[in-house]
Design a protein around this ligand. Structure first.
Ligand code: URA
Length: 418
């Protein structure tokens, strides 16, 4: 199979079933699966191969079923970005609109943050929830949303394969990304799904064409499995909002739920909420539910349902350092990848699976592209418990911040396509 794919061949359904099952059971060795993954990165997979690969990953574990819940289920998945805290305000908002939101989330790896890492900065909050407890929370009309870690039995083939891809340079492949994400989302048992496919320097895919192809493959996989699926293409050249880092992003999400927060975070939250509400067949405007405080009530209840204290003070990093504007003009670039790597080096992210992250570490952004700035004004505040990390973070920001006296163009749109 490795040499067949290496030489541009197509794998049969039986071969795919065999290799995914064999890898899950330890019969196919890690080095063999790594070689096959690298061959797939180079040669790709047909739609048939991708669909079968996804089905085999779902079949490697158990599939959840929420069809008996009294409310329609709908979930969102983002392909990952810098400062992407959207799940935090979105899940309680959509639950407050009348849907049940069963969101299995992950931890961060590399420059993109993980939703569970963010929520774990809330004192007492637990990511592990049993399926029985998930059902209870989803059925409770005062809560209706659960954001938790996937159990060991949900697409275990993907868990093993993703850990391997992460250390073998085999993440960036449309069929492998699409099958990895969709196997988990289909196995999770949601009836509807809205995908936020990121495009730009801080995303897996930098070009609109690549992101559109990934979105198309994922939507087809979802629809073929009976999950109502739509995808939005959204910009990830600059971080979302004004914070990147775990507790910093929780605080910003609470601002959004309180009716404030940065305009881009509010826009994306409401755009995704409208799609989710429509997919769930509900007729309600999420903007009303956000502004009248119902989304905040659901947030508080969602955090409490998983042991967290929504009123507790969030952790704060012990050290800060300010990066100032070097000239006067308009900030035209605040590169998502540069900011993401800097936040990661400050301790907000991990380099290897299983490492601990710092709850208070990260970056506050005092200006965003399009803003006028004056030489010497604070642009970024870096937060960390480990001050040795400042030098590496500042190095990561080299070239990430651009100030121009006469910008050639306005900042681009956030929502790039559907
Ligand atoms: N997220 C996943 O779950 N899998 C991938 O392959 C990439 C991003």
């Amino acid at each position: 199979m490795i040499t067949a794919k290496r030489d541009g061949g197509e794998l049969s359904d039986a071969q795919i079933d065999w290799v995914v099952d064999g890898f899950t059971r330890g019969i196919v060795a890690d080095e063999q699966m790594s070689a096959l993954a690298m061959a797939i990165v180079w040669r790709g997979m047909t739609r048939r191969e991708t669909a079968r690969w996804t089905a085999a990953m779902i079949a490697s574990g158990s599939r959840m079923d929420f069809t008996d819940l009294p409310r329609p289920t709908v979930d969102k998945h983002s392909t990952g970005g810098v400062g992407d805290k959207i799940t935090l305000p979105l899940a309680p908002l959509v639950a407050a609109c009348g849907a049940a939101v069963p969101q299995l989330s992950g931890r961060g790896l590399g420059h993109t943050g993980g939703t569970l890492d963010k929520l774990e900065s809330i004192p007492g909050w637990q990511a592990d929830v049993t399926v029985a407890r998930m059902r209870e929370i989803l059925s409770d009309p005062a809560t209706g949303a659960v954001v938790c870690a996937a159990g060991a039995d949900l697409a275990p083939a993907d868990k093993r394969l993703y850990a391997l891809r992460d250390v073998t340079g085999t993440v960036e492949s449309i069929p492998l990304i699409a099958s990895s994400i969709m196997s988990k989302k289909i196995a999770e048992g949601t009836a509807a799904l809205v995908l936020d496919v990121k495009v730009g320097s801080g995303a897996f895919l930098e070009t609109l064409d690549g992101a559109r192809e990934l979105a198309t493959v994922m939507v087809e996989l979802g629809r073929d499995a009976g999950v109502r699926t739509v995808a939005l293409l959204t910009a990830m050249d600059t971080p979302l909002g004004r914070t990147a880092g775990n507790a910093l992003e929780v605080a910003e999400s609470v601002e959004v739920l309180a009716g404030g927060g940065p305009a881009d975070v509010v826009e994306l939250t409401l755009t995704l909420a409208r799609e989710m509400v429509a997919q769930a067949g509900l007729n309600i405007d999420p903007a009303d539910v956000l502004s009248d405080g119902r989304a905040m009530d659901h947030w508080r209840s969602m955090i409490q349902a998983q042991g967290g204290d929504p009123d507790a003070a969030l952790p704060v990093a012990r050290h800060t350092e300010v990066v100032k504007a070097e000239s006067t003009g308009v900030l035209t670039r605040l590169d998502a990848m540069g900011v993401g790597v800097a936040a990661w080096r400050l301790g907000a992210g991990r380099a290897r699976q299983g490492e601990k992250v710092q709850a208070g570490a990260g970056i506050e952004m005092h200006a965003k592209p399009g803003d006028s700035v004056v030489a010497g004004q604070p642009l970024l505040t870096l937060h960390t418990d480990t001050p040795d990390a400042f030098a590496g973070a500042v190095a990561a920001l080299d070239g990430a911040v651009v100030i121009e006296s006469a910008p050639a163009s306005e900042p681009g749109e956030l929502i790039l396509g559907r």
